[in-house]
Design a protein around this ligand. Sequence first.
Ligand code: UDP
Ligand code: MG
Length: 308
Amino acid sequence: MLSVILPAYNEEKNIAPAAERISEVLTAEGIEYEIIFVDDGSKDGTWSEIKAASVRDPSVRGRHFSRNFGKEAAMFAGLDSVRGDCAVVLDSDLQHPPEKIIEMYRLWEQGYEVIEGIKDDRGSESVFHRFAADSFYGLMSRATKIDMSSSSDFKLLDRKVVDTLNAMPEKHVFFRAMSFWVGFRRAEVRYSVQARTAGESKWSTWSLVKYALNNITSFSAAPLHLITVLGYAMLIVSVVFGVISLVQKFMNVAQEGFTTVNILLLFSASVIMISLGIIGFYIERIYDEIKGRPRYIVAEECGSDNIG
Ligand code: UDP
Ligand code: MG
């Protein structure tokens, strides 16, 4: 059986069409399936739509969060309740074409364990948003050594991989990077991003920046090394200036002005503060992890004898 996981946040208009499209596509191919909607604390009628869908179609189940925990938590809440032999994650706005699930499923049948959806293009987005997304993926790729530019959350995973991910203890999860990190036999399926069926994107450019900072600090220590590099660079600068100042002093031509002193003082103070900020980010991550709070809180569930 194939488990289809759909994270949904304020997607009331997309629930019924998504369930129908996916059922249609999978039934036509004779693939046994279940659909798991994870309502990420939506403020609109998403949860009642999911409940209605689970009454109409016994293969639909739903989990409802007590508040908005974010897409990463929602995807993991889906993975946590998978009953199938493999699971596919896709967006409930149908930007990931359901037809591609078939292609992924066939590859899984051939023995591949992680089948990644690779974006051919990013669909229609504003130039600025695309720039933000590109720089985010550029930074992420460099920091984590994983090519993030065309990867997405559209993936089909074997049961083994799902169990491995579920067993990973960190509270701050990043699906794309973690499903890459675990390894396993991999294959790729190309798809082009579809237009959103209804509603609007939940990602503002600012939330993308925050997302980038959070994920870089959870997946890479590179910014910490950058501080060391900066420290060495400043040491070299200070040796050069020190020698110059000493020479000037002994030649009795020492500068009277404070300009150089001021610039150096301000410059080193800002580097120190930025460095403290970077260290602060990591302390925050450690603090969050050490608290050991759950990734998400399920307030309600619906569908076939609920989730075991
Ligand atoms: N989503 C979620 N929780 C959030 C934000 C988004 O579960 O806090 C879901 C959303 O319902 C959708 C998917 O994540 O199914 C992708 O979100 P969106 O379409 O807004 O992002 P985009 O496609 O613009 O990258
Ligand atoms: Mg979308």
